[in-house]
Design a protein around this ligand. Structure first.
Ligand code: GLU
Length: 513
């Protein structure tokens, strides 16, 4: 029987959600929507020592910003809650005990000092990675080595203990990963991981498997860093007797540094000045802040589109996808095996595409807001005209104001390099006649009339317009490059244009070499 697809995103609230985590959430979401299944969010907060206040709220807000909406979550619970592991604490012990009873797990009483002594002994004997495993456990204090009555007495006296899985000594563990194919691991390389900690909390491994089972998870889609844990998880499913409903696994390729050497980290972000978190994050412990895509001016739909392509592609040349289109096109088969290099320029490219596709009226709102912050007032329709000519040159909404400031504020400085190259007698002659023509022009200025008056001014002086065009731009905007100049003239209007030309003519000096 085909079960309804149920997938989950299971972050630990240990800090800001890294971009890799957001991608994991997105792929789970797309897969659920594509298959008509359910997308769950479970907070894995069993490690109380790593709990960071605000991290859970951050996860919620980031997913909300991107429209990755869980069908079931701590904030919108379904039938299989609670959705925070700390609130599920009382249910785990019985499962650990079940494994102890079946002989697949055991009590261990070793103190921190004894464990350290074992590590040192093994290191001295040149064991590369000292582990508590099928060999070393025979020399430790646990219910496999101690007499039964002593174990009982220790448990009854309240002595602290952990429960470890008993990994078989010689067994091949196989799993068929949907992305990587068959993965085979020999059990001799696995250690007897702790399942239940001495504080009565389950470890990640136990809680994760028990919860995936109880929550009816059919596919585990998660980062490649969890692949080494997968054989242990397969053994747990087997020992619990849940193999027939074991989820399928899909381990997503790593996100790599821009040069492809190693995993993308926050340090790369600091070094290159780009974000690796969806939103700004202030670490409550260190007080350190990390920048987010949202605050840097990335639009949610552009960021989402960028994220989807970090490891997946539709198999053709299309690059621009709405969420609906992603759902339609998504498949696990098209997720790559190898790591994906992180390229911030691609993120910017997506942002530019989405920005340009937005209606001018929407962009005008950003501009009006930024202007208000500067104490400037502009009406929406003028702001929309400005947004229209500026958007081709903008990567972020804030660029509309930054790059378009000259539309509102006349320049009082002029780019020296353009002045020295372009400000000459021809430019002065053309601009002088242009100013006269504009003053005599009765109508309001359209881009066409602005242009034909300028062409007349050039031909009256017997000068080719192309030769002085950059100087004309300089006089009005202060710089040598920018958006369509005639559109600029028409938007700032005749009076402002005349006053700027006069100011330039009065203040700029022709260099006579
Ligand atoms: N809590 C784990 C994490 O933070 C979940 C790993 C998994 O999906 O199994 O990534």
């Amino acid at each position: 029987m085909n079960r309804e697809v149920r997938v989950r995103f299971a972050p630990s609230p240990t800090g800001a959600l890294h971009i890799g985590g957001v991608r994991t959430a997105l792929y789970n979401y797309l897969f659920a929507r594509k298959t008509g299944g359910k997308f769950l969010l479970r907070i894995e907060d069993t490690d109380q020592t790593r709990f960071v206040p605000g991290a859970e709220e951050y996860i919620q807000e980031a997913l909300n910003w991107l429209g990755i909406d869980p069908d079931e979550s701590p904030w919108n619970p379904g039938a299989v809650g609670p959705y925070r592991q700390s609130e599920r604490k009382p249910m785990y012990m019985q499962y650990a005990m079940d494994l102890v009873e079946k002989g697949h797990a055991y009590y261990a009483f070793d103190t921190a000092e004894e464990l350290e002594a074992m590590r040192q002994r093994l290191t001295a004997a040149r064991v590369v990675s000292p582990q508590y495993n099928s060999i070393t456990r025979t020399q430790m204090k646990n219910s496999l080595t101690l007499p039964e009555d002593e174990v009982k007495a220790r448990l009854e006296s309240g002595e602290p203990y952990v429960i470890r899985i008993k990994i078989p000594r010689k067994e091949e563990v196989r799993l068929n990963d949907l992305i990587r194919g068959w993965v085979m691991v020999h059990s001799s390389t696995l250690d007897d991981k702790v399942l239940m900690k001495s504080d009565g909390m389950p470890t990640y491994h136990l809680a994760n498997i028990v919860d995936d089972h109880l929550m009816g998870i059919t596919h585990v889609i998660r980062g490649e860093e969890w692949l080494p844990s997968a054989p242990l998880h397969v053994l747990l499913y087997r020992y619990f007797g849940w193999e027939d409903t074991m989820p399928e696994f899909a381990h997503l390729p790593l996100l790599l540094k821009p040069d492809g050497n190693g995993k993308l980290s926050k340090r790369d972000a600091d070094k290159h000045g780009f974000p690796v978190f969806p939103m700004d994050w202030k670490d409550p412990n260190s007080g350190e802040t990390a920048m987010g895509f949202r605050e840097q001016g990335y639009l949610p739909d552009a960021f989402l589109n960028f994220l989807a392509f970090l490891g997946w592609n539709p198999g053709d040349h299309r690059e621009l996808f709405t969420m609906e289109e992603l759902i339609e096109a998504f498949s696990i088969e098209r997720i790559g095996k190898s790591g994906t290099k992180f390229d911030i320029n691609k993120a910017k490219w997506y942002n530019e595409q989405y920005l340009r596709a937005k209606p001018d009226e929407d962009l005008a709102k950003y501009l009006v807001e930024d202007l208000q912050a500067e104490g400037l007032v502009v009406d929406e329709s003028k702001a929309a005209q400005i947004a229209h000519i500026m958007k081709e040159r903008a990567t972020f909404p804030a660029d509309l104001w930054k790059e378009g400031k000259f539309m509102f504020v006349a320049p009082n400085t002029f780019d020296e390099s353009v002045v020295s190259k372009r400000w000459n007698n021809d430019a002065v002659a053309v601009l002088t006649s242009y100013e006269e023509k504009l003053s005599a022009f009765a109508d309001s200025l359209s881009p066409e009339s602005a242009k034909s008056l300028l062409e007349e001014a050039a031909s009256d002086n017997g000068i080719k317009l192309g030769k002085v065009m950059q100087a004309v731009r300089l006089a009005v905007t202060g710089v040598g490059a920018g958006p369509d100049l005639m559109a600029v003239f028409s938007i700032i209007g005749k009076d402002e244009l005349i006053s700027r030309i006069r100011f330039a003519l009065n203040n700029l000096e022709v260099n006579t070499p």
